[in-house]
Design a protein around this ligand. Structure first.
Ligand code: NAD
Length: 473
């Protein structure tokens, strides 16, 4: 762990194993922090926040530090990607592009450090009225295992740019890339004062929970599942600590006959089988017009059949291992439960035999809205297919979900595309492309997909608070 500017074991020396899910091998042991470690970490973060070195630093200098962090991340990207691939199971190519994306996010927010401005407000009488935007303070970042380093950087970057101090906790299965990244940042001497950025490791139930309920934490950012979001929000409510929650999804790709179907079939595969389907924004539902249903499903199956499944570090592999054998068991259980409600498997459907937590890319057709395959997040390589006849029906199917993260629309009819983009209930909509996001665009979920905004300048709102100042002249 990296606590108060130093590398540290947990107070009682306990560790847990970090595993390579493709082989089952133990890659490293990682400290299991105690509640005392959490207190020590929060204290160091508070001291760093109130210390003159961070608070009073020229904001442009904060930006320069972030630029140096971005440069160190780009430089170490291949090394970090290998660790990410081995600890998470994803392919090296995926890991590398994610880590470069994380570096790009640091760069994006580096540019904002000296552009966080208040306003002046016209008020009656002989007065001057203005607002200051000030950092909220100590922020705790609870990170999931599916994009371990990239999702950590997604929130660390705006928090530091705003002048907050950061405590990051990786998921227990995938702590290695964040620790390795922290080591690179430490070695690069980027100029972060001690305690401004810390990494603490341990279970969500103990350490995540303690951070969420800590009086010394001023903001909590969680990316995780809905039940975790509920637990974190409940805990945070004890101190009325604000939260940003990026939770689950059940994205739909709605495909009309007038779309570029060849390209759409490839993108639909990318949207659900990339990262072995372990994506909040996965397009796990395919809602396709009845006229083209059979041909389109055949094109999707033909495409994914070309995707090689295997260890993430092997050449040519497109689908790596799932993150853990326990997770694979859960995905297979949910798949079996769904199939007991209906639907027909036209591709895959099973674990891959042999070592490692591998699973076949799976396509299930004839999935009705009352089937859990339609509404539950499986978080694995499983695509559920449903048919529609009219545009109204397509919209109603797409919106028939408790989630609302990303939905895709495939059509070359301009007015239909804009109409659906307006009426679809999700924080993000993508037309004729899936999935896509950029550091400068909001990543945000509606409904049970979350609260708040990551990425884009709007993310900075969470990390700053407004102070109104009135002066009688
Ligand atoms: P998870 O909810 O199990 O864990 C996420 C993090 O929360 C981990 O660090 C974990 O240790 C911690 N945690 C667990 N229980 C906790 C508790 N009671 N209190 C505090 N912290 C706790 O999620 P996961 O399995 O790592 O990731 C998968 C989930 O994350 C999926 O539902 C997925 O959709 C979601 N996700 C969302 C986004 C997004 O941007 N919307 C991105 C990636 C993943």
């Amino acid at each position: 762990m990296y606590l108060a500017g130093e590398w540290a074991d947990s107070e009682n020396g306990e560790v847990s194993n970090a595993i390579n899910p493709a082989t089952g091998e133990v890659m490293a042991t990682v400290p299991k922090a105690t509640l005392n470690d959490v207190n020590r970490c929060v204290e160091a973060s508070r001291a760093a926040f109130h210390g003159a070195e961070w608070k009073n630093i020229d904001p442009a200098q904060r930006g320069r530090i972030l630029h140096k962090m971005a440069a160190a991340t780009y430089e170490a990207a291949k090394e970090l990607a290998k660790i990410e691939s081995e600890n998470n199971g994803k392919t090296f190519r995926e890991a590398l592009s994610e880590i470069r994306y994380g570096a790009w996010t640091l760069e994006y927010f580096a540019g904002y450090a000296d552009k966080i401005e208040g306003t002046t407000i016209p008020v009656p009488g002989n007065r001057l009225n203005y607002t200051l935007r000030q950092p909220i303070g100590v922020t705790a970042h609870i990170v999931p295992w599916n994009f371990p380093l990239q999702l950590a950087l997604r929130s660390i970057a705006p928090a530091l740019a705003a002048g907050c101090t950061v405590i990051a906790k990786p998921a227990s299965w995938t702590p290695l890339s964040l620790i390795a990244w922290m080591r690179k940042i430490d070695e690069a001497n980027v100029g972060l004062p001690s305690g401004v950025l810390q990494v603490i490791t341990g279970s969500g139930r103990l350490i995540g929970d303690a951070l969420a309920g800590h009086k010394g934490v001023d903001g909590i950012v969680l990316t995780g599942g809905v039940p975790t979001g509920q637990a974190v929000m409940a805990k945070a409510s004890e101190n009325l600590t604000p939260v940003t929650l990026e939770l689950g999804g059940k994205g739909a790709n709605v495909v009309f006959p007038d779309a570029n179907l060849k390209y759409a079939a490839k993108a639909v595969c990318f949207g659900i089988f990339m990262n072995a389907g372990q994506m909040c924004w996965a397009g796990s539902r395919l809602i396709v017009h009845e006229e083209i249903h059979d041909d389109f499903v055949a094109a999707v199956v033909a495409e994914v059949s070309k995707w090689k499944v295997g260890p993430g570090m092997s050449e040519g592999v497109r689908i790596g291992s799932l993150v853990h054998e326990n997770h694979r068991a859960e995905v297979l259980e949910k798949l079996a439960d769904g199939l007991s409600h209906g639907g027909k498997v036209v591709c895959g459907g099973s674990a891959v035999k042999g070592d490692g937590a591998f699973m076949e890319a799976t396509v299930v057709i004839d999935v009705e809205p009352d089937n859990p395959l339609f509404y539950d997040e499986l978080f694995g390589p499983v695509l559920s297919v449903s048919k529609f006849a009219t545009e109204e029906e397509a919209l109603s199917l797409a919106n028939n979900s408790d989630f609302g993260l990303l939905n895709g629309i495939w059509t070359n009819n301009l007015s239909r595309a804009h109409k659906l983009a307006r009426d679809i209930e999700s924080g993000m909509v993508s037309i004729n492309e899936y999935p896509v996001t950029f550091p400068q665009t909001a990543f945000t979920g509606w409904k049970q997909s979350g609260i708040g905004i990551e990425q884009s300048k709007d993310a900075l709102r969470f990390y700053t608070k407004v102070k109104n100042v009135n002066i009688k002249l």
